[in-house]
Ligand binder design. Structure first.
Ligand code: PLP
Length: 461
């Protein structure tokens, strides 16, 4: 009794909704709908009524299928997880100035690779180089697609076919399959690990230096911490060793920041300026972790080394696009005034928001939700903690204010699933069987979205 593809195409082609759909897309959707019905019939022989097989029913199912298909896949979501630099949710939100510049550069032509003074071809690398040198104290700088790319490019340039010495305690896996040993192998460099998991000393590096050693590498631990009986060699000592043995020193800072977080009551992270001052030849870090800009891999350091890196053909394969440059230049400019940076760059703002202010935001939403006056909904203000994310300060709990959501006839998992599936998905977390909205990462204009999602949930379920 299943209608044929041609028949459904015929009966639906005059429907205004379907008249705009390209034929191949309509046909593939019709096939998918009929196939789903066929599978259903085979699996539940008696469970399908003739009604469900009518042309009208199949046409309705087709419309639903197409509506799903035509929806954009990349959606804005509300991050109510409390993880500020959430890699799965797009890491950093851009500052208003960066967004403004993105629109300006994206909607017109630009001097991306054009020297306006000389009227000849210029270099995209020169656009943020001076600014990066000014902020970091480095002699030279360049930017590539992401920090993983920056690490690969630097290792390939400096140490392909040669040995790179790294402490065993720093062979990190960042997630998303970025592992220092694997990236090293792909760059053609040979990993020489020294020391032990918890303790590495200067003599460990010294003993390992051979004729074919090309680099001493230090890697920021990022997403874990070693505590207890530990020892590591600081960058300054590595640089001294490098001087004695005529070896360059590289540091992968991972998250990378220009700001001393201890001024804001947070634990200190090593700053980019400190690594430059310690004398590293090359330093790499992400544009979209603690820095709070677009996805990018930033390389700063000594001119001699950077000149070699810039000439590497791999640099061309990892080059950044004009949108990244536009957003990055605006973000970096904000760092000329630290106070501006902390208030205008969303990542920094969220990390330094006083808990009192988060409480105010939470209480406003709490009032909105209580005003829905739905007896099935119970919302409570709860003290929990947020996390930095993005491979920075992994042990830090940032005190935060959260809203616990309970719906009398729904499990926390069901609430979580509904909120995730809303038109503008709301991503929270579940703790102690309660759906939690952490207000640190919820933006001021997002309370309305949460309210509509809740209303929709209470009306439908
Ligand atoms: C995050 C991180 C990377 C990868 O940076 P992406 O910008 O995500 O490519 C590399 N090294 C360290 C130490 C990191 O923390």
């Amino acid at each position: 009794m299943l209608p044929g593809v041609d028949r459904i195409f015929e009966v639906t082609k005059t429907d205004p909704f379907l008249s705009d759909i390209p034929k191949p897309l309509a046909v593939s959707s019709i096939r998918a709908v009929i196939e789903t019905l066929r599978t259903h019939i085979i699996e539940h022989e008696s469970g399908v009524s003739e009604e469900n097989l009518s042309e009208a029913a199949v046409s309705e199912a087709l419309k639903k299928n197409l509506i799903e298909k035509l929806k954009p896949k990349l959606l804005r979501v509300v991050n109510a997880t409390g993880v500020v630099i959430h890699t799965n949710l797009g890491r950093s939100l851009l500052a208003a100035a960066a967004i403004k510049n993105l629109i300006a550069i994206g909607s017109g032509y630009s001097n991306l690779e054009f020297d306006l003074l000389k009227g000849i071809r210029g270099s995209r690398h020169s656009i943020v180089e001076d600014l990066l040198c000014e902020l970091s104290g480095g002699e030279a700088a360049m930017v590539v697609n992401n920090n993983a790319g920056a690490v690969l490019l630097c290792l390939e340039t400096i140490a392909s076919g040669k040995k790179v010495i790294v402490s065993r305690g720093e062979l990190v896996e960042i997630g998303g399959a970025f592992r220092i040993p694997d990236v090293m192998a792909k760059s053609g460099a040979i990993l020489k690990e020294v020391g032990t998991t918890n303790r590495t000393h200067p003599f460990d590096y010294e003993k390992a230096i051979e004729n074919d050693t090309a680099l001493l590498l230090k890697v920021h631990l990022s997403n874990f911490s070693v505590v207890g009986f530990t020892a590591s060699v600081d960058l300054k000592t590595l640089v001294e060793l490098g001087k004695i043995y005529h070896l360059p020193v590289m540091e992968d800072l991972g998250s990378g920041t220009f700001i001393d977080f201890s001024k804001y009551g947070l634990p200190k992270e090593p700053t980019i300026q400190e690594s430059v001052a310690a004398g590293a030849d090359v330093i790499t870090f992400s544009g979209d972790k603690l820095l709070g800009g677009p996805q990018a891999g930033i390389i700063v350091g000594k001119k001699e080394t950077l000149d070699r890196i810039k000439k590497n053909p791999v640099a061309r394969a990892l080059r950044i696009d004009k949108f990244t440059l536009a957003a990055l230049e605006s973000t970096l400019s904000l760092y000329r005034n630290e106070e501006n940076a902390v208030s205008a760059i969303p990542t920094l703002r969220m990390l330094t928001t006083p808990v009192k202010q988060i409480e105010k935001r939470a209480k406003r939403l709490l009032a909105i939700l209580r005003n829905l006056n739905n007896s099935r909904l119970t919302v409570t203000l709860i003290d929990l903690s947020s996390r930095v994310g993005g491979g920075a300060l992994p042990l830090l709990n940032l005190p935060s204010k959260c809203i616990g959501v309970e719906v009398s006839d729904m499990s926390a998992n069901a609430v979580d699933r509904f909120m995730r599936g809303y038109a503008t998905p709301v991503i929270g977390r579940i703790e102690n069987d309660l759906f939690i909205l952490d207000m640190r990462t919820v933006q001021e204009d997002e309370a309305a979205v949460i309210k509509s999602a809740m209303l929709d949930m209470l009306n439908r379920s």
